[in-house]
Design a protein around this ligand. Structure first.
Ligand code: TMP
Length: 233
């Protein structure tokens, strides 16, 4: 039974109340769904990419909601209650930060910048800080501390994982949830929809910026990312 449908994924219930099926859709949206498309095969690419990345992170000791791949577009996940916070980490300036603080696109950011956005489509996911999170009751201060520590670790792990595959992890968006046992888990997806990934040599985008900025065939970029993840495991 369908439990929830978002812009890019559907969550379905299973016989086990603690377990869900996460189905990756072929829909592509950008700028809070102002720009839309549907590309056959996008869901399958993101499911495979996310599965590889979650498996890698779990091997490195990060707790995630990922259980196993079911088929091309579906994975089995632990049921979590999602914190309404989007955690963004930036290693290179691109996207919204370029305009917000007036830095040049492509500037290295080291150590990474950690940002929080309020996960609310009606408000257009505004940038928020710890005080807004406390005021809105989105997470307790200890929870936010734990989420931040995990997010920075995930960024470090993925940054080195990607560079070994000639990919620069420019930035990424993470979401966290609490499972029925009370543990905080990394949830949602990690894919070329939710990360900016540049070819290390040419610095060309291989992620959703291809779609956002009409830079070519978006699936060619997503396939290239997946190919590099698969050829070196
Ligand atoms: P931004 O530069 O537009 O703020 O995006 C930062 C990163 O977060 C980028 O990798 C894209 C990702 N992202 C999402 O996954 N979902 C969103 O709704 C937004 C705004 C960004």
């Amino acid at each position: 039974m369908k439990l929830y449908e978002g812009k890019a994924k559907i969550l379905e219930t299973t016989d086990n109340k603690d377990v869900l099926i996460q189905l990756f859709k072929d829909d592509l949206t950008a700028f809070n769904a102002e720009k839309k498309d549907n590309r056959e095969g996008k869901g399958a690419l993101n499911n495979q990419t996310s599965s590889i990345l979650f498996e890698y992170l779990q091997k490195e000791g990060i707790k995630t909601h990922f259980i196993k791949v079911i088929d091309n577009t579906k994975m089995m996940v632990q049921k979590v209650s999602i914190f309404k916070i989007e955690v963004v980490l930036r290693n290179v300036a691109a996207g919204s930060i370029v305009k917000r603080i007036g830095i040049q696109n492509g500037t290295t950011i080291n150590p990474a910048i950690l940002e929080f956005y309020y996960k609310d489509d009606a408000l257009g996911d505004p940038l928020i800080n710890q005080d807004h999170i406390r005021f809105l009751n989105l997470a307790k201060s200890e929870e936010l501390e734990e989420i931040s520590v995990i997010a920075l670790k995930v960024n470090d792990l993925l940054k080195s994982f990607f560079i070994k595959r000639d990919l620069i992890l420019v930035d990424l968006k993470l979401e966290f949830g609490r499972n029925t046992r009370g543990e905080i888990l990394l949830a949602d997806e990690i894919s070329a929809d939710t990360c900016r990934l540049w070819d290390a040599k040419t610095r060309e985008s291989l992620d959703k910026d291809i779609f956002r900025e009409d830079k070519g065939d978006v699936l060619t970029g997503y396939r290239e990312v997946l190919k590099r993840l698969k050829t070196k495991r």
